[in-house]
Design a protein around this ligand. Structure first.
Ligand SMILES: *Cc1c(COP(=O)(O)O)cnc(C)c1O
Length: 247
């Protein structure tokens, strides 16, 4: 075996985080922004040790994309809504039959995309005597995707969320097309702009369940573009923890 360095040691994460913070600052400067986005450290597939190290380095928000993995990790280290010192986000698609895990263990649900799921989450939130902050996921790629609402349905969906008194909609989340070559950057930028327009043009004044505060855009390969286009939350996995074996 070749000598390997520990990808998730505190030192390794610290080095990547320093580079990310620098790139975040530069993107903010290019965009003329004062406040940097929140970093959600996407810890899927990485062990608790990686999470503990990242938390020690000052990161507070952590994301998982599988309900059971989030449950298992949050049992070990509970989220802020249970008095813990970190904030758990469920960033991936949720099957309705797993809504109970999210109501019990996740601080935030960042991928709401159907009334069926909203209904179930709302009920489960009630059983757990809490309110769940959520982001509505939008499909901005213009392609047939399994997840996320089509852009033209987002505002109507937000209106409907007025019925779910235990869900607190805080904004939108979207994933851009994957960048394979530098020429794809323009496409990604267009997609992020679409999300931002939907975010800015929703009139939440008459809907007490919705506050349009967060726009979760950008992952390890496109977060700088996302910041330039107005992201308030970037979701970083491999850029922070190193390569993953699987998703
Ligand atoms: C895995 C994942 C991320 C992070 O992806 P990286 O490319 O590793 O930064 C962000 N958002 C969602 C929804 C994910 O599933």
């Amino acid at each position: 075996m070749p000598e390997t360095t520990d990808q998730i040691s505190r030192e390794a994460i610290a080095a990547r985080l320093e580079d990310i913070r620098e790139r975040v600052a530069q993107a903010c400067e290019r965009a003329g922004r004062d406040s940097p986005p929140t970093i959600v450290a996407v810890s899927k597939t990485f062990p608790m040790r990686a999470i503990a190290n990242a938390r020690d380095l000052g990161l507070e928000h952590f994301g998982e994309n599988r309900a059971r993995q989030l449950r298992d990790k949050a049992r070990e280290r509970p989220g802020a809504f249970k008095g813990g010192d970190l904030v758990w986000h469920m960033v991936g698609h949720l099957q309705t039959n797993k809504a109970k895990f999210i109501a019990r263990y996740a601080d935030w649900f960042d991928a709401l995309d159907s009334t069926h799921l909203a209904e179930e989450l709302n009920t489960r939130a009630g059983y757990n005597d809490r309110t769940i902050p959520c982001l509505v996921q939008v499909n901005i790629t213009g392609q047939e995707q399994k997840y996320g609402l089509p852009p033209e349905r987002v505002h109507d969906f937000l209106d409907q969320c007025a019925d779910y008194e235990r869900l607190n909609i805080r904004g939108l989340m979207a994933m851009a097309s994957y960048i394979e070559a530098p020429e794809d950057e323009g496409q990604v930028r267009e997609e992020f702009r679409l999300a931002r327009t939907l975010f800015e043009t929703y009139d939440a004044a008459s809907n007490p369940q919705v506050q349009m505060e967060e726009l979760s855009l950008g992952m390890s390969n496109d977060f700088e573009i996302a910041i330039e286009e107005g992201s308030t939350m970037v979701r970083l996995g491999s850029g922070l923890f190193g390569p993953r074996d699987y998703d």
